[in-house]
Design a protein around this ligand. Sequence first.
Ligand SMILES: [Zn+2]
Length: 374
Amino acid sequence: MPVYFLTVFYLKKWALKKIDKIRRAFLWNGTSEANGSKCLVAWDNCKKPKANGGLGVLDLAKFSRALRLRWLWYSWVDPERPWVGSPVPCSENDKQLFRASTMVTVGDGRTAMFWDSTWVNGHAPRDLVPNLYKLAWRKRLKLRDEVDNQTWTRGLWRMSTATEISEFIFLWEVVQGVHFSDVPDLITWKWTANGLYSSKSAYEVQFSGSYCTFNAQAIWKAKTEGKHRFFTWLLVQGKIQTADNLIMKGIQCDPICSLCHQDSETASHLCLHCSFAQQVWSLVRTWTDGLVLVPAQGVNVQEWWNSALQVPDAAKRNRVAAILIYTAWNIWNERNRRIFQGVVQAPQRILGLIKEEMALRQQACELRVNNVVS
Ligand SMILES: [Zn+2]
C-alpha cells in the first residue's frame, strides 16, 4: 500500500479489518482465508514489535498515525510549505500523541501556540490545566501574542470551581516566568537521539505501554532458522498445537502425551516435564557440560525460558538460547513422528538429531561467511 496514501487519508475501520483479515490468514494458513482455530496467537499480539513479545507485523492504524504526525511536524519546522495554515488531516488523538512526543523551548514565542504547544517543561497548557482550557476563548493564538497582550485570560472569568481556580493560579505563575528572546522557538522530538521526527520512532512509541512477560529478544537473536524461532515464540506463549490447545478449540484428539503415555499433553509437560523430555534434557546437560540444565520441576514454559537465559555473557546466552530451541524443537518433532508416522526413536537419537541440526546450521553460516569473503 502506498505510504503517501496513509499519510493523507484515514483508513476506514472496514478497510483495516479487510486488510488485516487477509494478512492474518496468510500468516496462519498461507492462504487468503483462515478460520479462528488456525490463528494460534491473538492478532493484536502479532502486531506488537518483536522486542515487546510480538511478531512485528505492521499495525496499519498505528503506522498511519505515525505518518500523519509528519504534517504537524513540518507545519512547525518548515512553515513555507504551501499547505501550512490549511487544516491538516490529523485527529485529536494524533495531536495528543504529537504533544506527548515533542518539547518546545521558548524563543521569540512567535511559533509556539499558547494552549497547544508543549512549552511548559515539555507539556502543553491544555493538558496541564484541562478545566481552564475548556473555558478559554480563541485557543489558536501564538504564545507571544497571548502573553504580551495578556489575552490568554479571556473567557477565564467564568471560573467557578476550586479546581479551575487552582489551575488558573498555576498557569498564571507559569506565564510570569516566560521570557522571550530573539531566536525562534525550538521544537524537539523526544524519541530520537537527534531530536528530529522520524516515522519509525512515532510508530514504535505507540507500543511503549505494552508489556512482555518473556525474554523475546533471546528468541529473535538465537542462531537458528526462522521456523525454529517461530516455534519457540509459540511455545513460550503456550500456543503450540498440543492436545490441550486442540481440545480447547473443539478438535478431537488423544489428550494423553504420546511420549510417556501417562500425563495430559500440554506445552510444558511435553517439552519440559515429560519423562522422555527429561531424559533428552539430561543428555543435553551432559553434552554441554552443564551449560544447559534439566528443566526444574513444576516450572511453566515462560519461567523455564526466562531463567535458563539468565546468563550475563551475551555470546554464551545466545548459545544457550539456540540449544534450548533445538532441544524443544526436536522433542516436538519426536512427538509428531510418533503421532503422524508411527515412528519411535530413543532419547539418544534425539540428542544426535539436535547435534546434527546445530552442526548443519553452523556449516551453512560458515559457508555464507566464506562466500562473502572470497
Ligand atoms: Zn509425556
